[in-house]
Design a binder for this molecule. Structure first.
Ligand code: KIV
Length: 273
């Protein structure tokens, strides 16, 4: 057992308390058990089974086609092996907008069948009743404002949100409404750094930035982006910590070459009588 897996599991109250202590919260996405086992051996605080799995794992252009069944499938794979980070799972497109009842039913499935410890929802004041009902049912909720990819068509693309006085005030009002409804943390995606600072200083719960500058209480990135799987994906907010796209391609190329030349398998990889 690694030194990491011996640590106690992270709780939602520890995540909220981190802000008061001035401790940053680190969040990464994860969609399968192979990567979850590795992330589990780090000090990352929250694992998010994001609906970005639509792009990263399922080959969709955006997160809109992602279904409850997709989320449950990937959440279970991560939940089976994760021992220490808090496990938060995205509620997919239109799985919580229709009614409070619909939100409760679907969030309940992610907790009960998917092994989630909390859920994430995109949107502000318009979904505050759903957030309140989930929290009252004992389901921790993470909010998500700024660029909310489930609204990509309404936003006209993946662009910075909250620019200008009115848009900034609207986002601040949404953030307050979500906090009032009971969220334990708030993702701010593609938001001007100054607005993210104002929201961070206004809320008691931690803000988790992605493209929202340094004055947030934590950060989230998509795991495959951190690892550099896609050499062609280089948005301004992303820092790559590895170049696994190249590593994987070179390894597969070397294997292919050795199979075709007969160099693999040799005596070292063969069994004796
Ligand atoms: O779906 C996702 O992975 C997310 C994070 C990038 C915040 O929402």
């Amino acid at each position: 057992m690694s030194k990491y897996t011996q640590k106690a599991a992270i709780t939602v109250s520890q995540i909220v308390a981190a802000k008061a202590k001035g401790q940053k919260v680190s969040v990464v996405t994860c969609y399968d058990s192979a990567f979850a086992r590795l992330v589990d051996q780090t000090d990352v605080d929250i694992v998010l089974v994001g609906d970005s799995l639509g792009n990263v794992m399922l080959g969709h252009d955006n997160t809109i086609p992602v279904t409850m069944d997709d989320m449950l499938h990937h959440a279970r794979a991560v939940a089976r092996v994760l021992t220490r980070p808090f496990l938060c799972v995205d509620m997919p497109f239109l799985s919580y907008h229709l009614s409070v009842q619909q939100a409760l039913t679907n969030a309940g499935r992610l907790i009960q069948e998917g092994g989630a410890q909390g859920v994430k929802v995109e949107g502000g004041r318009s979904i505050a009743p759903q957030v309140r009902a989930l929290v009252e049912a004992g389901i921790p909720v993470m909010g998500h404002l700024g660029l909310t990819p489930q609204s990509v068509h309404a936003m006209g693309g993946y662009r910075v949100q909250g620019r200008g006085v009115e848009a900034a005030q609207a986002m601040l009002d949404d953030a307050r409404a979500l906090e009032e409804a009971g969220i334990f943390a708030l993702v701010l995606e593609m938001v001007p750094a100054e607005l993210a600072r104002r929201i961070t200083e206004t809320l008691k719960v931690p803000t988790i930035g992605i493209g929202a500058g340094p004055i947030c209480d934590g950060q989230v990135l998509v795991l495959h982006d951190i690892l550099g799987f896609d050499e062609g994906f280089n948005p301004k907010f992303l820092k790559k910590y590895a170049n696994l796209g190249k590593v994987v391609r070179e390894a597969v190329e070397a294997y292919d070459t050795e199979v075709k030349s007969g160099a693999f398998p040799g005596p070292d990889h063969s069994f004796k009588d």
